[in-house]
Design a protein around this ligand. Structure first.
Ligand code: 3PG
Ligand code: MG
Length: 401
């Protein structure tokens, strides 16, 4: 287990606490479309404020690449943050370092909360620049990292800063680390992974790591097609990555050696193209017509996967099992999601999921709240599944050593 300090280890009353949150939330037409990251870091901010800290929130937003881009200002997010904090006021500073930031921080009373402007308006942030980190550190007495979803970035606010001030994990970071470690480091077995999505090219490291750790690996989504091709199955006009068929074969061979059972679809839903309202049919995997494409796992596969999950104690899920954005190709993913939710509620399965598409698919199935834990991270969740050390987590561990 990674050892790190938490809020329990900090004496925060009267102190200026720099909290690195991830307020990089999706916004459409000026409205935040998913407030999960804001709502979950709010618990950390409320606890600190109630313990009389002077809370200074740091975050990035978008990828402005070191320049001031007005559309990527965090100012509108201050309002959403205030709402998530039950209406507590959130002061806003036009810059995250220098005089403007210092003035707002100096104006905070005990229990007050301020949000500073987008860290990535300064090139020093993404460069993990020590001088930029020092300018941030001047604004605080303590540092709390609550941004697991940005922990795969070695940036000034996630890495260098943790080495300049007494550092601890916030409650959201703590929850992410505890649940994720519980699944891969100390799982109740059998341990299953459900892995889907379009491309195996983006998930080779992840598959390589999971094959060595899991008892059961279910592969769905278009990436299953490349594995099917590796097993010599005719996949018609389905998406696949022909240059990776050899790699897929090597992963299957390694799974065999490691005692990991790989489940690929035995029946599939096919159509002429990915579009709403097209004619679909269910075919056995050895009967995919040459002019059709595979767009979802079929009902026999769904039943098989659910039956196997019922025999597992832990599951980790990343990636939809079909083209879930377009009905009816969401059916396989939804059926499996409902089963995972049911087994979890019954106390028979510990279930952890993460990644943008995965969470969207779980939300569509209405089961986000029914899993043991749903990570708010995208890239960081993937890198963690790959077994990589995340710089933001490593810096917290170093601070606790
Ligand atoms: C995310 O949304 O995945 C995190 O906020 C990290 O953002 P980034 O991919 O721009 O570093
Ligand atoms: Mg990202």
């Amino acid at each position: 287990m990674t050892r790190f300090r938490t809020l329990d280890d900090l004496d925060v009353a009267g102190k200026r606490v720099l909290v690195r949150s991830d307020l990089n939330v999706p916004v459409r037409d000026g409205r935040v479309t998913d407030t999960a990251r804001i709502d979950r870091t709010a618990a950390t901010l409320i606890e600190l404020a109630d313990r009389r800290a002077r809370v200074v929130v740091l975050s990035h937003f978008g990828r402005p690449e070191g320049k001031r881009v007005p559309e990527m200002s965090l100012r509108p997010i201050a309002e959403s943050l205030s709402a998530a904090l039950g209406g507590r006021p959130v002061a806003f500073a036009e810059d995250c370092v220098g005089a403007a930031a210092a003035r707002v921080v100096a104006g905070l009373g005990d229990g007050g909360i301020a949000l500073l402007e987008n860290l990535r308006f300064h090139a020093g942030e993404e460069r993990n620049d020590p001088d930029f980190a020092r300018r941030l550190a001047e604004l605080g007495d303590l540092y709390v990292n609550d941004a697991f979803s940005a922990a795969h970035r070695a940036h000034a606010s996630t890495e260098a800063l943790a080495r300049l001030l007494p550092a601890a994990a916030g409650r959201m970071m703590q929850a992410e680390l505890e649940h994720l470690e519980n699944v891969l480091q100390t799982p109740a077995r059998p341990l299953a992974a459900l892995i889907g999505g379009a491309k195996i090219s983006t998930k080779l490291d992840l598959l390589g790591n999971l094959v060595g750790r899991t008892d059961l690996l279910v592969v769905g989504g278009a990436m299953a097609n490349t594995f099917l091709a590796a097993r010599g199955v005719e996949i018609g006009r389905s998406l696949s990555e022909d240059d990776l068929v050899g790699t897929a074969r090597a992963i299957l061979e390694r799974a065999g050696r490691e005692g990991c059972d790989v489940v690929l679809p035995t029946d599939v839903v096919v159509a002429a193209k990915l579009a709403a309202g097209v004619d679909t049919s269910v075919v056995a995997i050895d009967a995919v017509p040459p002019d059709r494409m595979i767009l979802d796992i079929g009902p026999a596969t769904v039943a098989d996967v659910i039956g196997r999950l019922a025999g597992c104690r832990t599951v980790v899920w990343n990636g939809p099992l079909g083209a879930f954005e377009v009905a009816p190709f969401d059916a396989g993913t939804t059926a499996v999601a409902l089963a995972v939710a049911r087994l979890t509620r019954a106390g028979r399965l510990t279930s952890v999921a993460g990644g943008g598409d995965t969470v969207a698919a779980l939300a569509q199935a209405g089961v986000v709240g029914a899993l043991t834990y749903v990570s708010a991270a995208g890239g960081a969740f993937l890198e963690w599944l790959e077994g990589k050390e995340l710089p933001g987590v490593a810096a917290l561990a170093a601070a606790a050593a």
